[in-house]
Design a protein around this ligand. Structure first.
Ligand SMILES: [Zn+2]
Ligand SMILES: [Zn+2]
Length: 381
């Protein structure tokens, strides 16, 4: 891949070509070499080449890098991210298949289904902090968007759209076939208007009369506070654009909340482990922990005599309830009692005095204490 062709040469544009010229040239070239329409045995490779050239030249940053360094990611830098992979959205190849292969135009689908753009689905990952506060995330994905040149009409300037003469505007034609059962009538999409019912005398040359073009879309998604994994946000009209200005589909964003290294989420409640010393557990203590919100500190009161695994709950410091007007779930700490593994001479004496003070009543527990002490002795020896 070292002797790659120059991207400008691939698309057949000047080095100072503007964005529209580049897009136009790209669509023209892509239509020529797309494997669905081209007989050229190298069509697939050529299509990839055209696609790659466009993905670089259509992105300001990548194009600037390419102009300066000859590569899209600059001086062997970190490389650019292909969001269509990350978000699991439709790739450019799928977009093109529906653009050229008429994927949206199913055989019997009829006019309605053919015209309307399809819904698209992508996934979006947010951190637990982002889910707690709500956030705006910029996503980018590929879709068929309304054509900028003809505003989705598919018409070149001054062109007209008229009822198709062959099918009289119905969009389909009736075929009569003879069979052993006699004559069979069937209807098929009209070959003149491709089921549209109308024909245009001069189609827009940017979109080839479709009213939509493959576009790399950037979109801000508002993620509400309290969102949880599996929730879907619907962005109306940002799915696939409709054929010749028909309604677009929606973009459905599936939100995935990442795991957190400190908090475990159960519904609107947040759980965390709280380590206290055995003395703190015995005497009770108040521990301040970081909450999920920025700069939030939460006091957790561990009552005297808390056993390992005891739960300490603070109301209203968990995750916000989605649409709950600021209401929040609980923050729950699981008490972990830390038994010291190394003791200074002083600490050891203190524990021995403690054991004496506890006295005969705790004989049964003493034997446990003895065993712990023996174990500690073993470590110290
Ligand atoms: Zn027709
Ligand atoms: Zn157009």
């Amino acid at each position: 891949m070292s002797d790659k062709r120059d991207y400008y040469e691939v698309l057949g544009v000047e080095r100072d070509a503007d964005a529209r010229t580049i897009k136009r040239a790209f669509l023209k070239k892509a239509r020529e070499v797309h494997p669905d329409v081209s007989d050229d045995p190298d069509a697939e490779m050529k299509f990839k080449e055209v696609n790659e050239a466009y993905s670089v030249l259509s992105d300001e940053q990548k194009r600037a890098n390419y102009d300066r360094f000859g590569t899209a990611d600059g001086m062997g830098g970190s490389g650019y991210v292909d969001f269509s992979d990350i978000f699991g959205g439709m790739g450019m190849d799928d977009i093109f298949s529906s653009f050229f292969g008429g994927g949206a135009a199913g055989g019997h689908a009829g006019r309605q289904q053919r015209r309307q753009g399809r819904d698209m689905a992508i996934s979006l990952s947010v951190t637990l902090e982002e889910a707690a506060q709500g956030c705006t995330k910029t996503i980018s994905y590929d879709r068929l968007a309304p054509c900028e040149d003809c505003h989705g009409t598919g018409l070149a300037e001054g062109a007209k759209e008229e009822p198709c003469k062959r099918c009289h505007g119905t969009g389909y034609v009736t075929q009569v076939q003879r069979s052993i059962f006699g004559q069979v009538q069937s209807s098929a999409p009209c070959p003149d208007c491709h089921g549209e019912g109308t024909v245009i005398d001069h189609p827009c040359d940017m979109c080839d009369g479709q009213g939509r073009t493959p576009t790399h879309e950037k979109l801000d998604i508002k993620v509400p506070a309290g969102i949880s994994s599996g929730r879907q946000l619907r962005v109306s009209g940002y799915g696939e654009a409709g054929y010749r200005g028909a309604p677009a589909g929606d973009l459905i964003v599936s939100v995935e909340v990442e795991r957190h290294d400190r908090f475990e989420r159960h519904g609107d409640d947040l759980y965390l482990d709280l380590s206290v010393s055995m003395v703190q557990a015995a005497l009770g203590c108040t521990v301040e922990v970081d909450g999920i919100m920025p700069d939030e500190r939460v006091s957790m009161h561990v009552p005297a005599g808390s056993q390992p695994g005891a739960l300490v709950t603070v109301e209203g410091r968990g995750m916000p309830r989605i649409g709950g007007g600021g209401a929040r779930g609980r923050l729950v700490a699981r008490v972990k009692v830390v038994v010291p593994t190394e003791l200074s001479a002083e600490a050891r004496q203190a524990l021995e005095r403690y054991e004496e003070a506890v006295g005969e009543d705790f004989e049964r527990k003493r034997s446990v204490g003895d065993r712990i002490r023996d174990a500690i002795d073993d470590i110290l020896d």
